[in-house]
Design a binder for this molecule. Structure first.
Ligand SMILES: [Zn+2]
Length: 71
């Protein structure tokens, strides 16, 4: 059942600066929503961007632990 158009009225901001469609529970991007964000009001776009900006930077990969070091 992935024929969900992710209508903008079903899309909610969720934790991590992401947006989720409450109907199909998929995380969606600007390109996934219907109608396109470009066709919506500027206020909506601004809110989307503002929420997206709260996304935390990806954590740097932790260096692999070297066994046998030390002691
Ligand atoms: Zn959806």
């Amino acid at each position: 059942m992935l024929n969900c158009p992710h209508h903008i009225s079903w899309v909610r901001p969720v934790e991590g600066g992401l947006h989720q469609c409450i109907l199909c529970t998929q995380v969606v991007t600007k390109k996934d929503v219907y109608p396109k964000l470009e066709d919506l009001t500027e206020e909506l776009r601004r809110r989307w961007d503002a929420h997206e900006a709260t996304r935390p930077a990806p954590a740097p990969p932790s260096p692999p632990e070297k066994p046998g070091s030390g002691s």
